[in-house]
Design a protein around this ligand. Sequence first.
Ligand code: GLV
Ligand code: MN
Ligand code: MN
Length: 419
Amino acid sequence: MSGPTGDLRITVDAAGLQRRIDELALISEAPAPVVTRVLFSEADQRGREYVRGAARDAGLALREDAVGNIFARWEGSEPGLPAVGSGSHTDAIPNAGRYDGVVGVLGAFEALAALRRAGFRPRRSLEVVMFTAEEPTRFGLGCLGSRLMAGTLPAARASALRDREGRSLDELRSAAGCTGSLESVRLAPGAYHSFIELHIEQGPVLEHKGIPIGIVERIAGPSSYRVTLHGEGGHAGAMLMPARHDALAAGAQIALAVERAASTSGSPDTVGTVGVFRVEPGAVNSVPFGAYLEIDLRDTRLDTRRRAYSRIRRAAAAACRRRGVRMEFEEINADPPAEGDPKTIESAERACARLGLASLRMVSRAYHDSLFMARVCPTTMVFIPCRNGWSHRPEEYASPAHIASGAEVLAHTMASLAA
Ligand code: GLV
Ligand code: MN
Ligand code: MN
């Protein structure tokens, strides 16, 4: 390849990167091979400390913001220019694996270390971000760090977030040593020239096609809702069926309506899930007086997602009316899909061509911090295959060779954007 990065000979330390991934995986709330690192848990705190150490080992300068986003920077020769960014998350949902997010943080450190070893001198600064709480586990809302950075989550709304135990984000972040106002998390205009996130695909496409690299041109738009149902409790033996206002039965109808609406929306990309369903009082001989559901509804298109949403609302209202159950239906988030930036995509494709790696343009059905970074700067993602498409489970696996290829593509792409 000609141009300022034409002579670069980058060698990623695949074994070293794998060792770090394995070390971070041992920092978990659950015994190996399960990885669980919920935002601001003790494991998340120790994971953050591990990330800081890995950034220092890569020779990067650290900074943190008020919500705990960690920025690791290699200053360019023109530090005033917008930086080229990369990064992902290291929080992990309960019962997760070791690669989701982690590959994009530790892989980016290794990409920058490899560039340094190759004698590269960036003109633009290169910056790796470890985003706070990409996963929605604690507060029901994912991508907290990147939403605040992009300014799509108002600071006041973030401050008001409470977890299941009633603890607020402000309380938890200050206990974790994050100081300053949440307003200050918002990025200054032009902070980033471009952003490229490395991630496992979390789906089966690359593995099935035998292609080592995916380049993301669109990220599906996620939305989520919480539904609280108030029925009437009573004795499971003594309360006759015509007298019942069973909150669980209404919730079950809503869950099936979600499945039906997503399956019949007219778009193969609509997916709907009820991943949280709690019942009160939760006793075998008691009619449930309360139920609580969280619905996740996504699509690459907004029109079909909206249609599915309307059907769910109508079905939920009808089920509750018929059963005499009162419903509160609240939107948690409804984000539009994001488009990858054509020039950044082409840079990543050139990096693949240069490395002799086949690549495929693809859609990300999972959301990522890139969904929000795409709102502030030209963005794309580099995907690598993962076994059977498995993710969000302990069996998640990506091969060291694929991880190293992803880091090499990232290094070359960042270098060409920063040169
Ligand atoms: C992110 O983890 C998602 O749920 O897509
Ligand atoms: Mn995830
Ligand atoms: Mn992820």
